[in-house]
Ligand binder design. Structure first.
Ligand code: SF4
Length: 177
């Protein structure tokens, strides 16, 4: 049983360091999505398309309130996508944003270079995982690159239904991927 760790104190003054934001995307998860490209990644995947997102001091800071205001201003959006960089390198800020997005009745897709199994092993990652509806996991593998598959860059990456996975105790892939 995985429980939400409420020991961290965080508020809406919290900021996220980002590489950029796309206000409408149809290629970063189902439906129409606001995409937040977080800044900072330590995975160093060969052939990464976003190397400018790796530097932890790069990009710029933006308040979570500002992101939420962008989200609320567009009624066409189905949810938010946390991409990167790796959102799990800023787990508390991304978790808070994800919580607020879900309170609005919208869904959360999170990309990560970590695998689902590795995320489960680290306490600091659990809260963001619990506030993610769909996880797209794993490093980009150049040898597995496939531009024809939806929402991913390489075939090793998985589209995971987080709620079903946690209930069943094993990663549940979303069908028709
Ligand atoms: S996890 Fe994503 S951003 Fe990080 S190196 Fe791999 S492909 Fe690039």
């Amino acid at each position: 049983m995985i429980e939400l760790n409420t020991s961290h104190s965080i508020n809406s003054n919290k900021k996220i360091r980002v590489a950029g934001i796309i206000q409408e995307s149809i290629v970063d998860g189902p439906g129409i999505r606001l995409v937040v490209f977080t800044q900072g990644c330590r995975h160093n995947c060969k052939g990464c398309h976003n190397p400018q997102t790796h530097d932890f001091s790069g990009g710029y800071e933006i308040s979570i309130d500002e992101i939420l205001n962008i989200l609320k201003s567009n009624p066409l959006l189905d949810g938010i996508t946390l991409s990167g960089g790796d959102p799990f390198e800023q787990p508390d800020s991304c978790c808070y944003l994800a919580e607020k997005v879900r309170e609005l009745g919208l869904n959360v897709v999170t990309y990560t270079g970590y695998t689902y199994e590795n995320l489960l092993k680290k306490k600091e990652f659990i809260n963001l995982l619990l506030n993610t509806d769909i996880l797209i996991d794993g490093k980009f593998e150049l040898s597995e690159k496939d531009l024809t598959i939806p929402f991913r860059g390489s075939r090793n990456q998985r589209i995971i239904d987080v709620k079903r996975s946690l209930e069943s105790g094993k990663p549940c892939l979303i069908i028709n991927q």
